[in-house]
Design a protein around this ligand. Structure first.
Ligand SMILES: [Zn+2]
Ligand SMILES: [Zn+2]
Length: 148
């Protein structure tokens, strides 16, 4: 699959939002949290906790998988990341724009699916049972690469 890299300005923007939100919510910005967030925010691959651990090992020498996982969960609770669960693995997403995911049932790859800007179906709505705060839409199928 051709994965286009995230532009450095976009990564800097995500880090700026991260720091602003941490300050606003009173979450201390530790080097560990920043590096773990950056690992997710600078990847389009929707990395798992294991993949995040591999990429932060260079900068955070003694970090454990458990710490990475707990930090990711904290950041998710603060709405700084989202979690994309598949049947086999949990993936983390630093792109907070409304989008859906296509999950390949063969290779497990998670692809972003953006709906046209004209659609207002992503706006939080009132449903008979309550107010929508987050939409988590997943498509499952066989990706182009596996289908070849
Ligand atoms: Zn696939
Ligand atoms: Zn995504």
């Amino acid at each position: 699959m051709q994965v286009t890299a995230i532009a450095p300005q976009e990564i800097n923007h995500r880090l700026a939002v991260f720091e602003r939100e941490c300050r606003r919510k009173g979450l201390r910005i530790t080097n560990q949290r920043r590096e773990i967030f950056k690992a997710v925010a600078s990847s389009r691959q929707h990395p798992s906790a294991e993949a995040v651990l591999l990429s932060v090992r260079r900068t955070l020498a003694n970090v454990s998988l458990d710490t990475v996982y707990r930090t990711l969960s904290t950041l998710e609770q603060m709405n700084l990341l989202t979690r994309v669960g598949t049947s086999s693995k949990e993936h983390f997403d630093g792109d907070l724009r409304p989008h859906a995911h296509f999950i390949c049932t063969r290779c497990g790859e998670v692809y972003d699916v953006f709906v046209p800007q004209t659609s207002n179906s992503w706006e939080p709505q009132m449903l008979p049972c309550g107010k929508v705060q987050h939409i988590n839409l997943q498509f499952k199928g066989i990706c182009k690469r596996c289908n070849r």
